[in-house]
Ligand binder design. Structure first.
Ligand SMILES: [Fe+2]
Length: 177
């Protein structure tokens, strides 16, 4: 369940409806979506081959269908990260600096956890996401992303147009006060 940190050491926003309200009022879509029990055995694996990834995506495609009809998303894929993934540090280093995309960054976290940082109109905050959190970072919104110490996440990515999903870096510190 997602929670929000606004300042180091200040109380976190944990109540799910408060989290949703906080994010929605800043233009960020957020939903809590339970994964189906039929996905559990695939979700518990460290690594998934391509066939297993496709099988898992198939079990979650009711969400994709909803997003397709609501927002026109056209493709989806599955990212599986854990400490054994070769080059994981380099991969993560692309996104842990403040950046924006010209398309939305849409993620459904189905296993593990991570942290999105945001800088919107001078306000900075962190959104800790974990299993069953769906989040859509609006286009042209400064943000960053990193994994927590467990270095483990499985997330479905939804795209309208993959060309819009490159990071444009901005000169700003990827940290809250
Ligand atoms: Fe991003």
């Amino acid at each position: 369940m997602a929670y929000i940190v606004q300042k180091k050491g200040s109380p976190e926003i944990k109540d799910n409806s408060e989290v949703k309200k906080f994010l929605n009022s800043r233009g960020i879509d957020y939903e809590h979506w339970d994964t189906p029990a039929s996905a559990n055995s695939l979700l518990s694996k460290d690594t998934l081959n391509d066939a297993e990834k496709e099988e898992l995506l198939g079990k979650l495609d009711n969400r994709f269908e909803e997003l397709k009809s609501k927002f026109g998303y056209r493709t989806r894929d599955l990212v599986v990260l854990h400490p054994g993934v070769p080059g994981i540090k380099d991969m993560l280093a692309k996104f842990d600096k403040v950046h924006y995309h010209t398309d939305e960054e849409v993620r459904y976290i189905v296993d593990g956890s991570g942290i999105f940082g945001f800088s919107i109109k001078g306000e900075k905050f962190l959104v800790h996401v974990s299993r069953n959190d769906y989040i859509s970072v609006p286009r042209n919104t400064n943000h960053w992303f990193y994994l927590d110490e467990k270095m483990r996440i499985k997330a479905v990515r939804y795209f309208q147009d993959m060309s819009g999903w490159v990071p444009n870096y901005v000169e700003e510190t990827a940290a809250i006060d």
